[in-house]
Design a protein around this ligand. Structure first.
Ligand code: NZQ
Ligand code: ZN
Length: 386
């Protein structure tokens, strides 16, 4: 097991009716900006619940943060934060709204002239404007981590950022919000969380027995509840297990003491930036090719995964590892998630070369758990994903 430090300061309030607890979590003297997305919260009753809970508080609103939170939109919110002297933010939404608020948390206290530098220069945020979240869509675990991913249409870029100052002060996780989520977003959430576990697990054996078992437990739980959640998102027990699995998949715990990969996400983000494909779907496109391409260095963990998550116990190590990749693909297909780029866009040709060039220009020369995946390797993996 590798050395590690672990701290996660986010307070989680989980369960039915927890949105009503907002009043005791938000600072009473704060000037609050409530931020949300395109309006789903006005249709499913979450907006009213939040407003009711915050009666008597000084609350302004900013709406319209789109999926894949857009830099230009966030700059408008930043202007409002400054003009209105906002002292606390409340994100009500999925990963996009929460990530957008994290960017604002960093940008509001940033001393430099150009907030885009936070993303392009990877400036770590030690202290941000405080914020809490009401999660409406289980998927990213942004509600309990300190990372964010921001998009910029003008340049077709999508960059990540983070830092210890960007953990939410609290996050409210009421699984009842799952009931109104459309099937496509449910499938995305399951796929994203599942791939988060893979990114922190599918490397090489490092003697971290407990981390492996927790990671496998999260994947098994997602596999078990996926059909129930898709069939009936108002099934509270299924929704609660889905929600907590997503949070646990990327709140920092399972990555401690183990090598991590994250190359699938780096490649996937380019597909969203170039074609607007949903984040989770880009992962389903890249992951199988990534594991096939890096088969030799990942086969021990692939075989362990095949055995423990999918119950594949016969065959050689290589056969089990191969079957594990196939089972992953089948799982994505069972969620009606396509796993080839050509199924999403007719303009897929040349994508691998564009990504090769971008990674080379950015100096991203060694990705993955061995920091050895070159832009030329990335080009081959993306080509295999056509
Ligand atoms: O905008 P509204 O109208 O609210 O609709 C949203 C949005 O269109 C809708 N939705 C959310 N909750 C709902 C609901 N519809 C009905 N009922 C509800 N209860 O769902 C749509 C998608 O929402 P979004 O927030 O974009 O989805 P998700 O949570 O999957 O977030 C994706 C973003 O998170 C980033 C991704 O790159 C992407 O930009 N990620 C963030 C990570 C992190 N911070 O740790 C890690 C991830 O790997 C990921 O990269
Ligand atoms: Zn993800």
């Amino acid at each position: 097991m590798l050395n590690f430090e672990f701290m996660n300061p986010t307070k989680v309030l989980f369960g039915k009716g927890q949105i009503a607890s907002l009043a005791k979590e938000v600072p009473s003297d704060a000037r609050i900006l409530m931020l949300y997305g395109g309006g789903s919260i006005k249709k499913n009753g979450i907006y009213e619940q939040v407003k009711d809970a915050l009666k008597g508080f000084d609350v302004l609103e900013f709406s319209g943060i789109p999926a894949n939170p857009e830099y230009e939109v966030l700059l408008e919110a930043l202007k409002m934060i400054r003009e209105e002297k906002i002292s606390f933010m409340l994100a009500v939404g999925g990963g996009s709204v929460i990530d957008g608020v994290k960017f604002l948390s960093a940008a509001a206290l940033y001393k430099g002239d150009n907030p885009w530098d936070i993303l392009s220069l990877k400036i770590r945020t030690e202290k941000g404007l405080p914020f809490g979240t009401v999660l409406t869509l289980p998927a990213t675990a942004s509600e309990m981590n300190s990372g964010a991913v921001i998009s910029r249409k003008a340049t077709q870029e999508k960059f990540s950022m983070g830092g210890p100052g960007l953990f939410p002060k609290f996050s409210i996780l009421d699984p009842q919000v799952v009931a109104s989520i459309p099937e496509r977003q449910l499938a995305n959430g399951i796929t994203d969380a599942f791939t988060h576990v893979l990114e922190q697990y599918m490397t090489y054996p490092s003697g971290a027995l407990l981390q492996d078992r927790i990671a496998e437990g999260i994947m098994q739980t997602l596999v078990e509840v996926a059909p129930r959640v898709i069939k009936d998102p108002s099934d509270y027990e299924a929704a609660a297990n889905f929600m907590w699995s997503c949070t646990m998949a990327l709140n920092g715990l399972i990555q401690k003491g183990v090598p991590t990969d994250w190359a699938v996400h780096f490649m996937g983000h380019e597909l969203t930036a170039l074609f607007g494909i949903d984040h989770a779907r880009t992962l389903a496109i890249i992951a199988p090719s990534h594991y096939r391409y890096n088969f030799e260095s990942k086969k021990e963990k692939l075989a362990q995964y095949a055995e423990r998550v999918w119950g594949i116990t016969t065959g050689t190590l290589e056969e089990k590892a191969t079957a594990g990749i196939k089972a992953t693909e089948n799982f994505f297909h069972s969620l009606e998630i396509d796993t080839k780029l050509s199924e999403y866009t007719p303009e897929f040709k040349g994508t691998a070369q564009i990504i090769f060039r971008r990674f080379t220009d950015r100096g991203w020369l060694g990705l993955g758990e061995h920091k050895s995946l070159t832009p030329a390797d990335v080009e081959k993996i993306v080509e295999m994903s056509y």
